[in-house]
Ligand binder design. Sequence first.
Ligand code: AMP
Length: 282
Amino acid sequence: MQIINTKQELVKQMAACVRQGKTIGFVPTMGALHAGHASLVKQACAENEVCVVSVFVNPTQFNNKEDLLKYPRNLTKDAELLADLGVHFVFAPTPEEMYSPDEMEQEFSFDFAGLDQVMEGKMRPGHFNGVAQIVSKLFYAIEPTRSYFGEKDFQQVAIIRDMVKQLNIPVEIIACPIIREESGLARSSRNELLSAEERKKAALISQVLSKSVNFAKEMSVEEVKNWVNDQFKSDDTFKMDYYDIVDGNSLQSVSSWDESDYIVGCIAIYCGKIRLIDNIHY
Ligand code: AMP
């Protein structure tokens, strides 16, 4: 496995693979890798001749400086895991390698026609512009055949699909299922920042979502939303950011179950100081 730190070297290595007609599977990550990332990487390795993983905590997608500073980083451990999984190239640049000083400062602007105005996009202004900015740069440098994204970041998958359509980038976007801890908690690099007590309590999030699917038949959308919200009210550890029930394609809220045959419930909730997200298909 080769660890690459510069864009120039990345472009050189990837162009060589493209010249040889090799298929390239690419998994973008921010590191602090866990079994969720590993599942994407395994699929990328299995379906392509060359597997590339980027490890880069992208500053332009953080609208909260403190979150950026405390984001867990451990490249040595990540590289060991990726080598074990059979990855060929790891791209781990510095922010300066990816962005000119202007790009770091300027408001970068994609038009996602409303996809970025709800849920994560609404709560974290500029977040998806930053995501699209870095992922498009990586796609141009790597020219992957396929790129793998986790459904845990449900809205992100929709944004990336829209971005490649807008920019006409010939890459297949593959959405992979959510990998969970034994308790049901969706795996996340941020779980490491929870105290032992909070991590135990955070299992409630997936439990509530799973249960809510059973109620969906008897309750209205509004009632299910209220029920989900109520389940977290008795414990001060939790602070709901949003729970929305949306059409899985447009990401717009639905008001009745027969509005779409692809309905997803998306949650963002603070557990202590840590903001966690999860989702469930109805
Ligand atoms: P991140 O490092 O958090 O930016 O995540 C990199 C990729 O891994 C994204 O496509 C995430 O959606 C995906 N991912 C993160 N956690 C999980 C999980 N628990 N299950 C599946 N995919 C995940």
